[in-house]
Design a protein around this ligand. Structure first.
Ligand code: SAH
Length: 211
């Protein structure tokens, strides 16, 4: 079966399972070639609903996770988004079709370089990849309408709360064990109002004190 057919089938499944909901997110998924964001040897697996290794002990998230997080972020064409954990760049590529601008922070320099290449090759011009410790956010471009963290945080990093606009949405996997809770928080009157969307599994956030 061709990758195009695999992709169509995956999207139909994600719709049937209720992970893909809105027309614009479905369209953004359809327009984003996941095969361009994974190592060549996994090309045939590009549209399996599973995480895949991208090197340095890291993974590209499973498509259903990208679908869930993208929908929960309620992307708008006017949004400036901060992502923590660029990884392959795939999540940012999906979002690039839905928002105005994305800054994505990656800890591992080699992965930052790879994400940048992948995004350039696939024509995602409104994404800027930066290298650093995302637990500090990216103050230079604040404030953000939305913030999405794609690695597990033991607690909500204060700088992220501070760099989020009033009314903005922050999504992150919260917890220290191998499994975390997916938290969606909206900044309301200067404080985060949190909702728990259940168990998820992400690679941990790393920082300079604790590589
Ligand atoms: N969003 C990615 C998947 C991310 S995997 C994708 O679509 O492919 C999590 C990524 O977070 C890894 O690449 C890891 O290196 C990165 N990471 C871990 N700790 C980080 C930190 N403190 N700041 C920025 N990135 C971090």
């Amino acid at each position: 079966m061709s990758l195009q057919e695999d992709k169509k089938r995956l999207i139909e499944n994600l719709k049937a399972l209720g992970y893909l909901k809105t027309q614009k997110v479905i369209k953004a998924f359809g327009q984003t070639p996941r095969e361009e964001f994974i190592p060549l040897k996994y090309r045939d697996e590009a549209y399996s609903d599973t995480p895949l290794p991208i090197g340095y002990g890291q993974t590209i998230s499973a498509p259903h996770m990208v679908a869930i997080m993208t929908e929960l972020l309620e992307p708008e064409k006017t949004d400036k988004v901060l992502e923590i954990g660029a990884g392959s760049g795939y999540q940012a590529a999906v979002l690039s079709r839905l928002v105005r601008k994305i800054i994505t922070v990656e800890f591992q320099p080699e992965l930052a370089g790879m994400a940048e290449e992948n995004l350039k090759r696939t024509g995602c011009k409104n994404v800027k990849v930066v290298c650093g410790d995302g637990s500090r956010g990216w103050p230079k471009e604040k404030p953000y309408d939305k913030i999405i963290v794609t690695c597990a945080c033991p607690e909500i990093p204060k700088p992220l709360e501070e760099q989020l606009k009033e009314g903005g949405i922050l999504i992150l996997p919260l917890g220290e064990g191998w499994q975390q809770e997916l938290i969606v928080a909206r900044k309301t009157r200067g404080k985060l109002e949190e909702k728990d969307y259940g168990g998820v599994v992400f690679v941990p956030l790393r920082h300079y004190m604790n590589k």
